[in-house]
Ligand binder design. Structure first.
Ligand SMILES: Cc1ncc(COP(=O)(O)O)c(C=O)c1O
Length: 377
């Protein structure tokens, strides 16, 4: 099946008992057993639920993985992957990651004996020199939140896999989605998602996912998923499955609208810099064009007149709603330094307060352009 077809059918078939075309929401905590130890594939819904099974199979196919695991949030997925590490292990991350990921690294896991350091992951040689004998994992977001930096996944995977000790490359593929970028095919070991964003696509569900290929990872991560228990409910799985059905058409429109907005901002006298992976001014535009199908729906820009002007613009749009999160059909605007990335304040990962982040929706492009021009002007 081609990608667009998989989005609609992967992991799903008409319900065998009723013929229902849509995967039912199996709103049950437990399952009757035919005898002790004799069940029909399901015992308890933390361990497995048929609606979740459909979503997990769909996610695995879309990312080109052997297995998918669904979680109750992107942070729950991230946390479960990080439990592959133990005290004394080191994780090397790009120096621009989602604020919540940074908070989990530094404020939750560092006290348990894990070590974290950060490099400019747009430069593979810096990743190479940042590796230590105890580095077990490299954590990449590409494009990053909120700077839209792009890392060369193949080059970094090659560096990691040429080491003598096992170093897993994890890519948070939330911004790109598997429609635009397939990290496992580029050599990454694990893909992580906040399904809250483009996969769900309608700002009506919080969820996360992990996809990988290796059988040993499957056993370990599935064990952790059940043992830790940060699983999504069946209705949430249903909503993500439904969102995925329209992922390709939404991503095409998100990207078209975002590219037009990046052009508008790049030419605007009040804008110092526009950050968009497919814009000619982007420093990794070649890598982005090589590993992504299109630039995606996220655009950031830095205003010449600083933080106060950035806040004024963010509070002046009508269509772009002032809100956290991203990836829904509706357009959003925010100031990461004060909102999504407030947890990076006073750290080396702190975000420029004059940076504005847009999640460009799928409304009519001209309405979005007019709204931004009015707010800027
Ligand atoms: C890139 C990225 N990864 C992970 C997360 C965390 O996902 P969630 O909010 O679903 O826990 C977010 C949330 O904004 C994100 O932007």
């Amino acid at each position: 099946m081609r990608f667009e077809t998989s989005c609609i059918h992967a992991g799903q078939r008409p319900d065998p008992t009723t013929g229902a075309v849509m995967t039912p929401v199996y709103q049950t905590a437990t399952y009757v057993q035919d005898g002790i130890g004799k069940h029909r594939g399901y015992e308890y819904s933390r361990t497995g639920n048929p609606t979740r099974t459909a979503l997990e199979a769909c996610l695995a196919e879309l990312e080109g993985g052997q297995f998918g695991l669904a979680f109750s949030s992107g942070m729950a997925a991230t946390d479960t992957v990080l439990r592959l590490l133990g005290p004394g292990d080191h994780l090397l991350a790009g120096n621009d990651v989602y604020g919540g990921t940074f908070r989990l690294f530094e404020r939750v896991l560092r006290p348990y004996g894990l070590d974290f350091s950060y490099v400019d992951a747009t430069d593979p040689s810096q990743v190479k020199s940042g590796l230590r004998p105890n580095t077990r994992m490299i954590w990449l977001e590409t494009p990053t939140n909120p700077f839209l930096n792009v890392s060369d996944i193949s080059a970094i995977a090659e560096i990691a896999h040429n080491r003598r000790s096992l170093t897993l490359v994890v890519v948070d593929n939330t911004f790109a989605t598997p429609y635009l970028q397939r990290p496992l095919e580029l050599g990454a070991d694990i893909v992580v998602h906040s399904t809250t964003k483009y996969l769900g696509g309608h700002s009506d569900v919080v969820g996360g996912a992990v996809v990988a290929r290796d059988e040993v990872l499957r056993e370990r991560l599935a064990f952790l998923q059940n043992a830790v228990g940060a699983v999504p409910g069946p209705l949430d799985c249903f909503l993500v499955l439904r969102g995925i059905k329209t992922l390709p058409v939404r991503m095409d429109r998100h990207s078209e609208n975002a590219a037009a907005i990046a052009d508008l901002l790049a030419a605007h006298p009040k804008v110092d810099r526009v950050l968009y992976p497919f814009h000619p001014s982007h420093s990794q535009v070649d890598v982005a064009r090589r590993q992504m199908r299109s630039g995606g729906g996220m655009v950031s820009f830095i205003l010449k007149d600083g933080a106060d002007e950035a806040r004024r613009v963010a509070e002046s749009t009508h269509l772009f709603a002032l809100a956290e999160s991203l990836g829904g059909v509706e357009s959003l605007i925010e100031i990461p330094a004060a909102m999504t990335h407030a947890s990076t304040a006073n750290s080396p990962l702190a975000v420029d307060p004059s940076l504005v982040r847009l999640s460009v929706g799928i409304e009519h492009r001209d309405d979005l352009l007019a709204d931004l021009e009015r707010a800027l002007g």
